[in-house]
Write a protein that binds this ligand. Structure first.
Ligand SMILES: O=C(COP(=O)(O)O)[C@H](O)[C@H](O)COP(=O)(O)O
Ligand SMILES: [Mg+2]
Length: 414
């Protein structure tokens, strides 16, 4: 007797509101039926193994059930008792763990999850979500904007902060560190924090607008916590975390600490494509975004709806998910970033709506007349869109925008 693979397949099973339901796309190994592979997915990701067990009857049945097979798509229901409350690494060790490498499938991709309330409520969710626009900047009618100085690493602290100042006074809301800038000798974290926030104060005085800074705190967890404390002590409103490279455990610990200070979290997703780029294998960006929301990021990069420089998944579908009701959890503000410039904004905002953050690096600092002019061009393109004015009409009023359109047109970069 004992548990066998067949115990994990039941096409008559109907999932309950207590189950976590995962949709996978699988490619069974040569010679293996879809049913056999699908039962192994449910087994290995819950309580099974390759051998029929003789360990006896004294255990709680935490087995998952493959309850639907449709072509290469399968659905698996997991009992919530399988999951430690509030422990995202443990959840992923189940639903995206050993199964990613097992021989029973040539490839397997976790496409989507339906999270039950009992799991969702064990996570904090975002502290602010998209209300961060109102809470930090006092705006609710337009996208907020961010810029990342380029070159992405190598600028001195003074040069980096100056680029931020030029962008802020040109109309950008947020200075953002790049994903691989943390605490290097050419631009130490502590100096960058102090100098940038000092110039932020100057930019606020000059413009009469609220300005803020997404400083990258990514490091080992203890260092991240120290950096979060320092950002709060010096009057920042946000921290940025490279959530994939830092890891979910680190993010969860940071989320606890940021709440104490009332700081928002900007999530950069560098390395996500190691999981989500191949369409038949890994973990979809949609699921990574779901996990990010549960763990409590306020802003998350979700791509550019095909208009930017990076390969994209379903930006619009992911953004919809981040905004949908999730047992009262706050939403997440989508960040569109990567190869954007002002001429792309009308199409982009048509696709994403205006409750977003628009981030331009090269699309500001590559402006022929420099960073401030690039920032003016971005802001005028955003304001025109919100007012319902066409971008070409806006360019008649704002020479900086005319120059940007002249340089880049409406082309998607590669
Ligand atoms: O530095 C940039 C954008 O710079 P630029 O505006 O010069 O292209 C970001 O790291 C990318 O947006 C990441 O991609 P994604 O947002 O898709 O995660
Ligand atoms: Mg970057």
């Amino acid at each position: 007797m004992g548990i066998t693979y067949e115990d994990f397949l039941d096409l008559d099973y109907e999932p309950t509101s207590e189950d976590l339901v995962c949709t996978f796309r699988i490619d069974p190994a040569t010679g293996m039926s879809t049913e056999a592979a699908a039962s192994r997915v449910a087994s290995e990701s819950s309580n099974g193994t390759w051998a029929a067990l003789q360990t006896g009857a004294d255990f709680t049945d935490m087995g998952a059930t493959t309850f639907a097979i449709d072509g290469d798509s399968i659905q698996v229901a997991y009992p919530t008792g399988l999951f430690e409350p509030g422990n995202m690494p443990q959840v992923l060790s189940c639903i995206a763990g050993n199964i990613m490498g097992m021989k029973a499938v040539d490839s397997i991709r976790l496409m989507d999850c339906e999270w039950p309330e009992s799991v969702v409520s064990s996570y904090p969710g975002p502290l602010y979500g998209s209300s961060v626009r109102e809470e930090v900047f006092g705006v609710s009618d337009r996208p907020i904007t961010a810029t990342v100085p380029k070159p992405k690493v190598g600028l001195s602290t003074a040069a980096h902060a100056q680029v931020g100042y030029d962008a802020w006074v040109g109309g950008v809301d947020l200075l953002k560190d790049d994903e691989n800038l943390t605490d290097q000798a050419f631009n130490p974290f502590a100096d960058r924090l102090t100098e940038s926030l000092s110039l932020r104060d100057d930019a606020e005085d000059e413009t009469g607008e609220k300005k803020s800074y997404l400083i990258n705190v990514t490091a080992d967890t203890q260092t991240m916590l120290d950096r979060v404390d320092e950002v709060a002590a010096q009057g920042g409103e946000y921290v940025m975390v490279d959530i994939i490279t830092a890891g979910w455990a680190g993010l969860q610990t940071v989320r606890e600490r940021t709440e104490k200070h009332g700081l928002a979290i900007h999530a950069h997703r560098a390395m996500h494509a190691a999981f989500d780029r191949l369409p038949t294998h890994g973990v979809s960006m949609r699921v990574l975004a779901q996990i990010s929301r549960l763990c409590g990021v306020d802003q998350l990069h979700t791509g550019t709806a095909g208009l930017g420089k990076l390969a994209n998944e379903d930006t619009v579908g992911i953004n919809d998910w981040l905004r949908r009701d999730l047992y009262g959890a706050n939403d997440v503000l989508p960040v569109a970033s990567g190869g954007l410039h002002p001429g792309l904004l009308p199409d982009l905002l048509d696709a994403t709506g205006t409750n977003v953050c628009i981030q331009l690096g090269g699309g500001i600092h590559g402006h022929p007349d420099g960073t401030k002019a690039g920032a003016v061009a971005l802001r005028s393109a955003i304001d025109a869109y919100v007012e319902g004015t066409s971008i070409t009409e806006a360019a008649d009023e704002t020479p900086e925008l005319a120059v940007a359109l002249d340089k880049w047109g409406t082309e998607t970069p590669r």
